[in-house]
Structure formats: structure tokens, C-alpha cells
Write a protein that binds this ligand. Structure first.
Ligand code: GLY
Length: 565
């Protein structure tokens, strides 16, 4: 059955939003970091998720309730990126006491997991074992995080905030172009149950098809009715575990029962007069961003340096990503020297090794091993009229996670176990080798690149993040540098992107990110350039200017919707 196409859906929602569809609200006199009174703003990867947030605002909810509604709706309408079977990070700013909290709803390794679980008898990683099927899945954190956000920070009942997602799952939504393309590419990876749920007349959905997920609606209802126990105990838990064990996984009821989110202190770093609040371990985001910005500050980097400035960014990234590979893992299991890695001294030491005219070979830096990252995931940014903020990046890792759906649950399992180092000696999905701090241990969280971030300075506030695997951190870096230089939300979301991550020792870049002259100059400096044949990322940004003007932008590469009302 055909229904609305993705673009028509976006247009329809814009019309639905009617008078509220201005991307930029008029200025009004309020303090530098507070939005114009009465203004809510959302940027998300799907129009229905943005609409869900505004439904919750209209019902009296705050930014944290809206974050619950957006997360749950994305779990329904963007199953490639995140879901109840996955996890994520929610960075919060509570206006009433200015508290900033990092809610870590990252997946954990099951109790039966072990260091060699994806290795053959020679210690080599077995192809796809950590990526396809239920053995690839960590214990999901997203349902627990939604309960936590609603109970601790929201104003509304969990059930109210989950209502838009339940409706979308039960009554269906229109498949957009991006989702149709993903179904087409990944259909064969999906388990029989996932194909049964998503198929339209036995075939992968195409643009405009209406996708119904009655089992997921029921699972969401159980979560709405019973909170943590609605997912992690009882019938849902039993079905998840039965499915997992029948089809080769190792989840237990106790793994689910004992899952808890962790509240952590965000990282804080500075660049010029901007304060950057971001994701601490088990994300690599905040430390890698802080170390890169620290080097650029030490080098006196400026926006107007042209290709020399881009060379400095690449070199700073090379060194920060080397640190990432060498040191970072779940802080509950390994000691992460966070203070040292974020210190000015360390940034100066790294910067001192940068030649302003020549690329360093990564092989000439002290060796470190780099852990894997996936290309999928999702991000949203929220601001409410009281000044509460959320930047949240959620994931099931690869598109549709492991592809496995436990019968009768509608829950797609993540394959976040691939973000661990399956082996020190073997390459992962991205040709990267493993690192000691990120080896698998029972109950440990795999290292992530997800980097929900706030920047705060004299010219206002930025709420930002994006999906994109190991490239997330560089996309957020480009956004921070552009915002510090005065760029607006739309320009930040549209910025052309380039990336270096220490290993492989190449500069990856989107079509159009460098001019021909810049490519030539970078080549002559010794950089190995790897042009990509498509764009990447799906950045969602909200800005509050010093005068309280609020703007929001959704990445033009995606089908998302930003809205200020
Ligand atoms: N699975 C993507 C990340 O956590 O970085």
C-alpha cells in the first residue's frame, strides 16, 4: 500500500506546523544564554520526531520529556539509526540550577561475553561475528534511559511522552527515500522476523509505503505502563532472551534485569572564550574534541588561514585520534587519564610536533591501535522555553544494528559489540585494529564516538551532534570552529566535511570539501587524500544568539526537520 512519500511527509508536517514553521525566531532581549521567552526548538533526523516533541511541549512537557518523545519516535521511524534494542548518550542542561548531566545509556556486554568471543582458534576475528545476528548485540540501554529521563527530569508521565511513538508504530508512517534505500541495501542482513515485520507484500518497503509495527507498539506500551520492568523483566524480557538464545546469542534474564544507566560528568574544555561541554568516556568525543581544539589554540589557528588552516586541523586530529586509540575505553573498567589528555600542557606538547608545511606520517607517531566505529546512528537537539537543553546521540551501530529482531517484540538488536576491539591483531569492519583499553569484558560498555555537545560563549549557545561513526567527532569539531567564527545554524549543518583519524593515514573528504587548489596543496604537503563518492553525517543544530534569538537547522543531507516555535 502506498502512502505519503518522504518529501511530501516533510511538506505535510511543515504545513501542519503552519505558522510555527519559521526556522529563525525574532530577537528579543534576554540574557546571553537563554532563549527568547516562549521559544522551543528542535532539530531531529525525522519530521515525525520533531512533531512528537512539539506535541509534548503543547501538553506541558519540558525539553527532557520532548527528548523521550523524540528518542522513542526515532526508534519507530528511523530503525536504521537507533531503537529500543540500542543505546545512546543524552547530554542535559537543566536551566533551574544550571546543572549539566551526561546520561550514559550505552549498551553493556552480556555477562557471558569474553575477550575471545569473536576470535577463531588463531586469535583472528571471525568475519561478521560481532556485526550480524544476536551474538553481536550488547544489552540495550535506550529503554532504561527513557525511563530515567522521564522519572528524574521530565514533567510528564512516561506514557504521555511515549504516546506519539506508540501511535507511529501502531498506525504506521510513510517510508522516506533514505529508509527505502537502506531497506534495499540491507534487506538480506535482516532476520526472518525483521523481514516479516517490515515487508510490504513480501518485498522491502519503497518510498511512500506505510510501515506498521504492531509488536513494537506493544513493547512501547509495556514500557509506558511498567517503566524499567516493562522492558527488562516480564514478557518482553523473556521474548528477547528466548530469541537471542535460540538464534545464537548469549543474553540472560539477569543481564536485562540488572541493566542501569549511569550519570556521568560531561567533559569541559575551552577554545578561545568558548566553553565546550561534551561526552566523557565511554565516548571518545569530549576528550578528542578538547585535545584537537587545545592544539589548534596552541597553534594560533584562525578561520582565514585557508589550506594551511585545514592542514593544521588534520594534523591536530591525527594526534587526538592517536590518543583516543591509545587510552580510551569504559572508565568503569580502565583508567582513562582524562585530565592529562585534556590539559593545556598536553595540547601544547602535541602541537609542538606539528610541522606547519608537512604532513606527519601516522606511522611516525608512537604506535597506538584504533578501535572500530559504525557509520549509522542518529542525533537530535532540543531547547525549551525555560532554557533546558538536550543534545542526544543514539545508536544501534550499523544500519538496522545486527539485523536481528526477537520474534514478537518488534525490537531490532544492536551490533554495538563491534565497537569493542574483537581482537588486538585483526581488523574490524572498517579495517581498523583493536586496542587494549577497549577489549571485551562482561558488563563493560564499548568505546563510542558519539559526541552530543554544547558550546557556550559570549555570543550564545550551540547545541549540536551528528551520526557518522568515527567521523562524528570531526563533524562536531567543524561545527564548533564554524560557530566560534560566527556561522549560523544552517551554515553549520551544511558545512562540507573532511576527516582524519590517525589510522588509516588518509584524509577522507566529501565531494566539494576541498577546491582543486587545496587538494594539490595538501598533496604537496604529503597528505594522502581519499575522496569519498558520497556525503556523510546528519547534523542537527540549535543556536541561541546573545540576544536570545533562536535558530535551528537539520542537515540538508538527511530528511530531518528543524523547527522553532
Ligand atoms: N556505534 C557508533 C558509536 O558509538 O560511535
Amino acid at each position: 500500500m502506498r502512502w505519503w512519500g518522504g518529501r511530501r511527509l516533510a511538506v505535510g508536517l511543515l504545513l501542519w506546523c503552519g505558522a510555527l514553521s519559521t526556522l529563525i525566531a525574532a530577537p528579543d532581549a534576554v540574557s546571553a544564554h537563554e532563549p527568547r521567552a516562549g521559544v522551543n526548538a528542535v532539530a531531529s533526523a525525522h519530521p515525525l520526531a520533531t512533531a512528537a516533541a512539539f506535541e509534548i511541549f503543547a501538553a506541558g512537557g519540558n525539553a527532557f520529556d520532548a527528548a523521550v518523545a523524540i528518542s522513542a519516535t526515532l526508534a519507530v521511524v528511523e530503525p536504521t539509526g537507533s531503537g529500543l534494542g540500542g543505546g545512546g548518550f543524552w547530554l542535559l542542561h537543566r536551566a533551574s540550577d544550571q546543572r549539566q548531566i551526561f546520561v550514559d545509556g550505552r549498551e553493556t556486554a552480556p555477562a557471558a561475553a569474553h575477550e575471545r568471543m569473536y576470535q577463531d582458534s588463531d586469535g583472528k576475528a571471525i568475519d561478521k561475528a560481532s556485526r550480524d545476528g544476536p551474538l553481536a548485540a550488547g544489552i540495550p540501554g535506550e529503554p532504561a534511559a527513557l525511563v530515567h529521563l522521564a522519572e528524574r527530569y521530565g514533567k510528564l508521565d512516561l506514557a504521555r511522552s511515549l504516546a506519539p511513538a506508540i501511535r507511529a508504530a501502531r498506525d504506521g508512517f510513510a517510508c522516506d527515500d533514505k529508509l527505502a534505500g537502506a531497506f534495499d541495501r540491507h534487506w538480506r542482513r535482516l532476520s526472518a522476523e525483521a523481514r516479516r515485520v517490515f515487508a510490504i507484500d513480501g518485498l522491502p518497503p519503497v518510498t511512500g509505503d506505510r510501515i506498521l509495527q504492531p509488536e513494537l507498539a506493544l513493547t512501547l506500551q509495556r514500557l509506558a505502563g511498567n517503566g524499567h520492568a516493562g522492558f527488562y523483566r516480564g514478557e518482553v524480557a523473556q521474548r528477547l532472551v528466548d530469541g537471542s538464545r535460540r538464534d545464537g546469542g548469549i543474553w540472560s534474564l539477569e543481564d536485562l534485569r540488572s541493566y542501569r544507566v549511569v550519570e556521568r560528568k560531561p567533559t569541559v574544555s575551552h577554545f578561545r572564550n568558548v566553553r565546550i561541554v561534551s561526552a566523557p568516556p565511554p565516548s571518545a568525543g569530549g576528550i578528542t574534541l578538547g585535545a584537537t581544539l587545545g592544539q589548534l589554540e596552541a597553534l594560533g589557528w584562525r578561520e582565514d588561514q585557508g589550506v594551511s588552516g585545514k592542514h593544521l586541523v588534520i594534523e591536530a586530529l591525527r594526534r587526538a585520534y592517536r590518543d583516543r586509540a591509545a587510552w580510551l575505553g569504559d572508565p568503569d573498567f580502565v583508567q582513562v587519564p582524562q585530565r592529562r589528555l585534556l590539559s593545556t600542557d598536553h595540547a601544547r606538547t602535541l602541537a609542538a610536533g606539528i610541522d606547519p608545511d608537512r604532513a606527519t606520517r601516522s606511522a611516525d607517531l608512537e604506535p597506538a591501535r584504533s578501535p572500530p566505529q559504525g557509520p549509522q546512528t542518529t542525533h537530535f537537539s532540543v531547547l525549551d522555553a525555560q532554557g533546558n537543553r538536550v543534545a542526544a546521540t543514539l545508536s544501534v551501530n550499523l544500519p538496522f544494528g545486527s539485523g536481528y529482531m526477537a520474534p514478537g517484540t518488534g525490537v531490532l538488536f544492536n551490533d554495538e559489540m563491534d565497537d569493542f576491539s574483537a581482537s588486538l591483531e585483526s581488523s574490524n569492519a572498517y579495517g581498523l585494529i583493536g586496542s587494549e583499553p577497549n577489549l571485551i569484558r562482561p558488563h563493560k560498555r564499548p568505546l563510542s564516538s558519539m559526541s552530543p555537545t554544547f558550546a557556550e560563549g559570549p555570543h550564545g549557545v550551540l547545541i549540536v551532534g551528528t551520526p557518522g561513526g568515527s567521523r562524528i567527532i570531526t563533524m562536531v569539531l567543524h561545527a564548533l570552529l564554524a560557530w566560534a567564527g560566527g556561522a549560523d545554524a544552517q551554515a553549520i549543518a551544511a558545512l562540507p566535511r573532511y576527516h582524519h583519524q590517525y589510522l588509516p593515514d588518509v584524509v577522507q573528504f566529501e565531494p566539494g570539501a576541498f577546491t582543486a587548489a587545496e587538494r594539490q596543496a595538501l598533496h604537496e604537503m604529503g597528505h594522502v587524500l581519499r575522496p569519498l563518492d558520497s556525503t556523510y553525517g546528519n547534523l542537527q543544530a540549535i543556536t541561541v544568539a546573545a540576544d536570545g534569538t533562536v535558530a535551528a537547522a537539520s542537515d540538508p543531507r538527511g530528511v530531518g526537520l528543524a523547527h522553532v516555535e
